[in-house]
Design a protein around this ligand. Structure first.
Ligand code: SF4
Length: 416
């Protein structure tokens, strides 16, 4: 490897990290260096990689790889062994110093660190952990740290990552076992899931210990997450939704990230030539929200997919697709319906539904009241009954779709 200075390494290793989508932070503990103690905090600032937490907060992270060299040869990865890219490698201390320097210049609020595998999984994981350890213990760094962990590494080393990081993540990579075998033959779905299970246990143990001893050591207070690549294999949206739901259930994940496969230079012949539409990734995130915040069972979201292709429609959001498919559920009376049914009305978000539930305690709501809570009342009214509104002339789903699907960009699922 040619001798590179830190700036040159940064250019290569920040660019190489951009393919990983799983760096939004949420749910971490609040730490601050106000008062002159320590360095960094988990809130405030501006930076390099902007990630959005589920609560809408924008955070900035230094998002880099320790190295883009790798002994594995995953077909979809630009850093795979057989890829013809310029390689670089940071030492652990270089990453520590970069993080501190960027933080002190107010460029970042934290660090997202991943790596190709150099030497062995254990050695690489040791280096990743050393960055976090040094930041926390040598420099009292109180900013956010997200570490990507390596499932093949010794569980004891992986465990140490959780002692220093706010969040740890392990990528499941592909939605199906067949996809993983075909595109990442050196990876093992069983080992990935075992590592996620260990992390879940450690997080639960830590939460339990914290209830009994205030001084119990922390462990990944922002939980664990994972990422799936979309469009590199034959998995349908139905497959992906089902897989994500299983992962949330079994491993208490904070987030599943969906990353639309992007063709890479010098790509392997087993990969598709074109990336999937970015809208597909967006629709999967929306379906994820339906399961996490809107009370939809995975099989209900899967039911919104096209029966032939198993794919979610791209021109309308999955909540609207579900509503059009299950017209018998509507119209919903906003003055009587339970909250969980109101959440099914396309165009009504959680905040709007909660406002409706509160307001109707005092008076019967009219269509104008709903209009104040949604982006487009024209899109909402075919699905609801109000004090002064009943959609008597409603056509069937086939006729309704062009009406409500118009200007889909503006019909945001969570807009209200
Ligand atoms: S192990 Fe990670 S870095 Fe290495 S080729 Fe596979 S996806 Fe890329």
């Amino acid at each position: 490897m040619a001798q590179l200075d830190v700036q040159q390494k940064l250019e290569i290793l920040a660019d190489a990290a951009k393919y990983d989508a799983s760096c939004a932070s949420s749910g971490s503990v609040k730490r601050t260096s106000r008062g002159g103690k320590g360095v960094g905090s988990t809130d405030g600032g501006m930076g390099i990689c902007h990630a959005y937490a589920p609560d809408g907060r924008c955070i900035s992270l230094l998002k880099i790889l320790l190295t883009n060299s790798c002994i594995f040869d995953c077909h979809y990865c630009i850093n795979r062994k057989s890829s013809n890219v310029r390689r670089a490698r940071f030492t652990a201390q270089e990453v520590v110093q970069l993080t501190l320097a960027f933080y002190k210049r107010n460029y970042i609020e934290g660090l997202f660190l991943s790596s190709g595998i150099i030497g062995s999984s254990d050695y690489t994981m040791e280096q990743i952990v050393e960055v976090a350890r040094s930041l926390r213990e040598d420099h009292d760094f109180r900013g956010y740290i997200h570490l990507k962990t390596i499932p093949d590494a010794d569980p004891e080393i992986v465990h140490r990552a959780g002692l220093h990081a706010d969040r740890v993540s392990i990528n499941v990579e592909l939605p199906t076992a067949a996809g993983l075998t075909r595109l990442a033959p050196e990876k093992s779905g069983a080992r990935i899931e075992a590592a996620m299970g260990d992390t879940k246990t450690a997080i639960l143990d830590r939460e339990d210990a914290k209830t009994r001893y205030r001084s119990a050591p922390g462990f990944a207070p922002a939980g664990q997450s994972t990422q799936m690549i979309v469009g590199a294999d034959a998995a349908t949206d139905g497959d992906i939704v089902t897989r994500a739901a299983g992962l949330y259930d079994r491993f208490n994940l904070r987030r599943v990230y969906y990353s639309a496969f992007s063709p890479i230079p010098d790509a392997s012949a087993v990969l598709p030539l074109q990336r999937p539409p970015l809208m597909r990734e967006h629709r999967l995130y929306q379906s994820d929200w339906l399961m996490r915040f809107y009370g939809y069972a995975p099989k209900e979201v899967a039911a919104a997919t096209d029966a032939t292709t198993g794919m979610l429609p791209l021109d309308i959001d999955p909540k609207l697709a579900w509503a059009l498919k299950f017209r018998e559920t509507f119209p919903v009376d906003i003055n009587r319906a339970p909250r969980e049914l109101l959440l099914r009305v396309p165009g009504l978000g959680v905040k709007a539904v909660d406002a409706i539930v509160t307001a109707r305690r005092w008076r019967r709501l009219r269509l104008a009241d709903v209009a104040r809570l949604t982006v487009s009342v024209a899109k909402v009214r075919p699905f609801l009954i109000a004090e002064d509104w009943r959609p008597v002339a409603l056509a069937d789903a086939a006729d309704l779709r062009p009406v409500v699907a118009k200007k889909t960009d503006q019909l945001e699922l969570f807009a209200a």
